[in-house]
Design a protein around this ligand. Structure first.
Ligand SMILES: [Zn+2]
Length: 415
């Protein structure tokens, strides 16, 4: 595997700085697969599967309904006398990436390109960098396992469709449950600059469709105005948002480690009406709810549904065919830090940094903690570069991630 480079100095940069060629080769290989969520990820999965099988590992795939996408789960087993035969540590990453449509890239997004001390390409930081480092470490884990020196199994979980609502990971978790595998911990390698993220908010996205009744605007008594009723509900969502910010923001109920220390509700889109002189029969809006880990989606859903029932009664008294539909489009649970103290101590010891961060973006970590597996997020690169044109990872971050995984592997080995 050669490093694609935009200038002749790139290989010299690598040679001079002793960058880890194996992880960089893997990252180059992974970026070469166009795994934008709307496409199949099977070519990448087959490539990784073949690699794992060459190492003598058996690989489990779980597929989406259309069978054009798969999750991969592979275990480096611990010896029969080890402490944690059915438990172990999961390294988790998503294989899909966000689209490059409409973005202005300096170099081809699906060809890894090194310029200076950075590697550019879609997925460089979010999150093929972590996967590359994990795959590079795998042969050493197998060596330890074969020598009977692995105390706790090491698992690699690669998912599909994370970027469009974390749709793949639940299939992995259901499969583990069915097979009686109960991992002790999970590390999700989303980009954190190798800092330790111990919790994130949950996200739920809702679409609200208000069905009114058309009439000429000179005859409003014959119609039911969908925009007017939608705006009452939007006003109510804003009132709830205000309450959350004062209730949680007062911090008896909030969490000051989050940048925004309270749960939020935000209306994002609204569409309705066809002409000024027509009472509109349809208005649709979307909103999202980002809850602190100790709150649930029902905390806002129940009052919103009560408000909808009240508005429905008013609308249907005027025209029975009218009313409001509320649909959930996406939902990812919050990742809590309640149960992961032991894991946090382990990671703090390995990284030498015990600062605990909490973030507002959602990851598969919420699904892992929800399944009872204490989880943290720690991976190379910065979330600032994710999803953008010229996404990159600093090569030094790959060095740090390799070092981190090496120490982690040592911590799983028999002393
Ligand atoms: Zn990601």
């Amino acid at each position: 595997m050669t490093i694609q480079s935009s200038n002749d100095d790139a290989s010299q940069v690598l040679a001079d700085a002793h960058y880890p060629t194996q992880s960089i080769d893997w990252l180059t290989r992974l970026i070469g697969f166009d795994t934008v969520s709307r496409h199949s990820n099977l070519a990448l999965i087959e490539d990784v599967k073949a690699y794992c099988e060459q190492l003598g590992l058996s690989v489990d795939l779980t597929f989406n309904e259309a069978k054009n996408k798969a999750n991969l789960f592979v275990t480096v087993p611990a010896g029969a006398n080890a402490d944690h035969v059915n438990h172990g540590l999961v390294l988790s990453g998503h294989t899909d990436v966000v689209p490059v449509d409409g973005q202005d890239w300096t170099s081809e997004p699906f060809t890894a390109t090194i310029r200076g001390d950075k590697l550019y390409g879609r997925g460089a930081c979010d999150m093929k960098g972590f996967i590359a480092c994990a795959l590079t470490m795998l042969p050493q884990a197998v060596k330890l396992s074969n020598a009977g020196q692995l105390r706790r199994p090491l698992h690699l979980a690669l998912s599909f469709d994370e970027e469009i609502g974390c749709l793949g990971a639940p299939l992995i978790l259901a499969d583990l449950k069915a097979r009686g595998i109960t991992p002790d911990y999970c590390i999700v390698g989303e980009p954190t600059n190798m800092a330790m993220v111990v919790a994130h908010k949950g996200i739920a996205v809702y679409r609200c469709r208000v069905h009114g009744k058309s009439a000429h605007s000179s005859l409003i008594a014959q119609g039911v105005n969908a925009i007017s009723y939608a705006s009452r509900l939007v006003g109510y969502v804003d009132t709830l948002a205000e309450e959350l910010s004062t209730r949680n923001g007062a911090l008896e109920d909030g969490d000051e480690i989050f940048t925004v220390p309270y749960s939020t509700l935000s209306v994002g889109t609204i569409h309705g009406g066809t002409a000024t002189n027509i009472v509109p029969n349809l208005c649709e809006f979307t909103f999202d709810y980002r809850n602190l880990p100790h709150m649930t989606q029902d905390d806002v859903l129940e009052p919103i549904q009560a408000k909808i029932a009240e508005l429905n009664a008013q609308m249907q008294a005027r025209a029975p065919e009218t009313g409001i539909e509320l649909m959930q489009e996406e939902s990812v649970p919050a990742m809590t830090d309640n149960d992961s103290a032991e894991l946090q101590s382990l990671i703090a010891a390995l990284t030498g940094d015990d600062e605990r961060h909490k973030v507002a973006y959602a990851t598969e970590g919420g699904q892992f903690t929800n399944a009872g597996i204490p989880t943290i997020i720690c991976g190379p690169g910065s979330i600032e570069q994710a999803h953008k044109a010229d996404e990159y990872v600093e090569l030094n971050e790959i060095v740090r991630c390799d070092g981190f995984l090496q120490k982690l592997l040592n911590s799983c080995a028999v002393n």
